[in-house]
Write a protein that binds this ligand. Sequence first.
Ligand SMILES: CC(C)(COP(=O)(O)OP(=O)(O)OC[C@H]1O[C@@H](n2cnc3c(N)ncnc32)[C@H](O)[C@@H]1OP(=O)(O)O)[C@@H](O)C(=O)NCCC(=O)NCCS
Length: 146
Amino acid sequence: MRSKASWGYHDDFMARFGATSVTRNLVDAGRDCVVAFDGHRAVGFAVLDDEKERAWLEDLWVEPGYFGRGVGRALVGACVKRSREWGRRALELESDPHAEGFCTRLGAVRFGERASAVAPDRNLPLMRLDLDRYVSVVPIPYSGGW
Ligand SMILES: CC(C)(COP(=O)(O)OP(=O)(O)OC[C@H]1O[C@@H](n2cnc3c(N)ncnc32)[C@H](O)[C@@H]1OP(=O)(O)O)[C@@H](O)C(=O)NCCC(=O)NCCS
């Protein structure tokens, strides 16, 4: 919830959103979950479903204090790896509008939109990552000189 609220949504909207608890997703059976840790502290997680034609990224949340430090990219990278293990060629998700730029940065393209389940007056972008073309970016500490 802290993560979503960081986009500046007002309390009324966040209360509606609370009806679809993300923690429930974590305990649902049969779902793959990836958690990013900083030491012992969990700073982000993703929930991934295997579907017939594609893998579906159900949740992707980073602790706001960790935005912009590569946690989201690392979580998506782990989901890409898992999706390929399943034999899927696309990873799709319903993005928050504020996160569309992040998805695009990772190479995803918008293939549609649909009404939000919690706020039907809002259309959310549907994004697709082509796994045949996805290139993993792994940050390597660089001390200058080759
Ligand atoms: C969207 C979210 C997962 C991004 O996580 P993050 O850890 O901050 O992202 P990263 O640091 O891995 O960023 C990877 C790249 O995307 C860019 N990026 C990150 N957020 C961005 C945004 N909102 N718009 C445009 N570009 C963005 C980064 O600058 C970085 O680019 P670089 O490779 O040139 O350095 C995170 O902001 C979040 O949890 N938001 C709230 C929850 C939410 O909206 N979840 C739905 C996600 S679809």
